[in-house]
Design a protein around this ligand. Structure first.
Ligand code: GCU
Length: 604
């Protein structure tokens, strides 16, 4: 008896969700967004019995288990929760910004949604899809445990064909955003730990044999060869799949047999390559005997050649800015196209052709919008600061988040860089951990560049970048905070840099804080003048850094951080934004805008 218990306890660290259904936007879906009832449960009373044993493992049908959503008319029976009499939260959305009481709340909140659903064709199948839930989600439908997902920034789904009822379904999600040392991210981050069902929830109805996933991109280093795979779910006989890209006169029949997935390669002529200046997306359709799935896909080549980054074989400079997934004006997690438009329109106004979506995969709306408007993207997983690099489960967790992010976004031309990590301390365990992620990335997608935000160190007045990981990354990117966390602004333009690798260099972060509207001299921290001067001096320095091919200063807009506590200046906000949390531009915004105008001329 004792051995079995140990085994079960170990397993929950890695996600139990099933293979991801991709391109959900163009499928037959029903949204479950809206108001959900919720119960705050810091002691996890609805999950553990008083012997601290999980009900869903020890006493599945116990009425006290919140996932049973138990009701009774029996006035004698003891029931100590009632979702329908409990308050509501909006989904998608973090809970912290929706209720003052929850601003700092970290722990378990139970969500419940009741709904009716009639499957339109008895042979069809039904899936429940979450865009993201921060951090650990345990999902139950009609009292059945569907599974667990770990990781707050990537999608997951469960098949519910056999559990769904035409009427009175109750979906219960236990969401726990407690931070933990072995988690990804770990216990310490400089962003708000927004909890909740933070992205769209939808039902997806599919034929019994359906198109699960596909990759359609230009072959690495080839400008006329479109390759990829088509993956069907539940292939019972050989299936004809027709891949069409009408504008490229492509109509290819691909036979998928019972190993479900087949690779293909097609030669294409006269491709109009995707780029920020002309973000051409082609209408693509995949047709089987049972469904047609459409998508909008761009084709571009992103490579490096020594110190240069080449887009469609032409050198480019990444005129970027870093962005957190937050709408500052709502002081909340961003989750829809409106939020994405606010953030990317600001980046466009700055003159950007590139954004670093920090430090975790952002929602699909902003990635799709970047594809449409022509904004190149750096996408990152939250392997941030002091991750538990020696912990096997932590590695599996990170690999899983990476896999889900790449699976979701691999057909987006705008994504040019997969980032493995941010500011992780040097050690052999760290290098092994990051190398495992680099290898996983290459196995899933070898058509994009791989990088990570590395750190610098100083010796004898020289800034040095010789992180071992630089050897394995396509782009040497690092964060440097000259004039804020150290180093003199005055001397910055003459700063010495020693960078070990003859690869493109990207400054993934630099910057300093300013309270919008606070004015003074260039020597007074927190004034707009100080931040403006910091940008002027850093940009002069950066222009001289060998192999410089791009920047993404920290950061587009002020963002909430529980680590920023200076009264009347920070008050829970990191003030390094070029735009305040009220959407007002600071002086440094225009400094960077002018710099990008100048660069534009040089690269035209
Ligand atoms: C770090 C880190 C950011 C952080 C920033 C800052 O470099 O990567 O997440 O917010 O610096 O200190 O403001």
């Amino acid at each position: 008896m004792r051995r079995t218990i140990v085994l079960i306890l170990l397993l929950p660290i890695v996600s139990f969700s099933q293979d991801l259904v991709t391109n959900t936007t163009n499928r037959n879906t029903t949204s479950l967004n809206g108001t959900w009832h919720y119960i705050i449960d810091p002691y996890e009373t609805g999950y553990y019995n008083y012997r601290y044993q999980p009900y869903d493992q020890f006493d599945k049908n116990n009425h006290s288990a919140f996932y049973n959503n138990y009701h009774t008319d029996d006035k004698l029976e003891l029931v100590e929760y009632d979702f329908d009499k409990s308050p509501t939260l909006l989904v998608p959305g973090d809970w912290n910004s929706q209720n003052e009481k929850l601003l700092y709340y970290e722990g378990t909140i139970w969500y419940k949604k009741s709904f009716n659903y009639q499957i339109s064709n008895p042979s069809n199948r039904l899936f429940l899809y979450f865009g993201a839930v921060n951090y650990k989600a345990e999902v139950y439908l009609n009292g059945h445990k569907l599974g667990t997902h770990i990781g707050g920034f990537t999608p997951f789904n469960f098949e519910i064909t056999t559990i769904i009822k035409p009427k009175d379904n109750y979906l219960v999600v236990k969401v726990d955003n407690k931070r933990a040392k072995e988690a990804v991210p770990t216990i310490n981050t400089d962003w708000w730990n927004y909890g909740g069902i933070t992205r769209d929830v939808k039902l997806i109805e599919e034929p019994s044999t359906f198109i699960q996933d596909y990759k359609i991109q230009l072959k690495k280093g080839h400008n006329a060869s479109i390759t990829g795979f088509i993956k069907l779910n539940n292939v019972l006989k050989e299936e004809n799949v027709i891949l069409s890209i009408p504008e490229l006169n492509i109509q290819k029949t691909i036979l998928v047999n019972n190993n479900n997935s087949v690779d293909f390669e097609i030669t294409a002529k006269n491709i109009q390559y995707w780029s920020p200046k002309s973000p051409k997306l082609y209408a693509v359709s995949i047709k089987t005997d049972y469904q047609i799935l459409e998508d909008q896909i761009g084709f571009r080549i992103i490579t490096t050649n020594g110190p240069q980054i080449l887009l469609n074989d032409k050198p480019i400079f990444l005129k970027g800015i870093s962005i957190h997934e937050e709408n500052p004006m709502r002081a909340a997690r961003a989750f829809n196209e409106t939020d994405a438009l606010v953030l990317l329109n600001w980046a466009k106004e700055l003159g950007c052709n590139y954004v670093r979506l920090a430090h975790y995969p952002h929602n699909e709306h902003i990635v799709k919008l970047a594809d449409k408007i022509g904004m190149m993207v750096w996408e990152e997983i939250p392997v941030y600061w002091t991750i538990d690099f020696k912990n096997e489960n932590t590695l599996n967790n990170a690999k899983n988040q990476l896999t889900e992010a790449i699976t979701r976004d691999k057909n987006r031309a705008c994504i040019i860089i997969w980032s493995m990590a941010n500011e992780t301390p040097l050690s052999d365990a760290r290098n092994e951990f990051l190398m495992a992620l680099v290898n996983r990335t290459k196995s899933l997608d070898n058509t994009r560049l791989i990088s990570a935000a590395l750190e610098t160190h100083h010796n004898d007045g020289v800034n040095i970048v010789n992180d071992k990981m630089g050897e394995y990354l396509d782009i040497v990117a690092f964060n440097q905070y000259t004039g804020w966390y150290g180093g003199s602004l005055e001397n910055a333009p003459n700063a010495k840099w020693s960078i070990k690798y003859n690869k493109p260099v990207v400054i993934s972060e630099f910057g300093g804080g300013a309270l919008q509207g606070l004015h003074g001299t260039i020597n007074e921290r927190w004034t707009e003048e100080y931040q403006e001067y910091l940008y002027q001096q850093n940009l002069k320095m950066i222009e001289k850094i060998p192999n410089i091919s791009g920047i993404s200063p920290w950061i587009l807009a002020d963002f909430r951080s529980p680590k920023r506590l200076l009264p009347n200046i920070q008050d829970g906000w990191n003030r390094k934004g070029l735009i305040s949390n009220n959407g007002i531009k600071k002086k440094a915004f225009y400094t960077l805008q002018a710099f990008f105008k100048k660069i534009e001329k040089e690269y035209d």
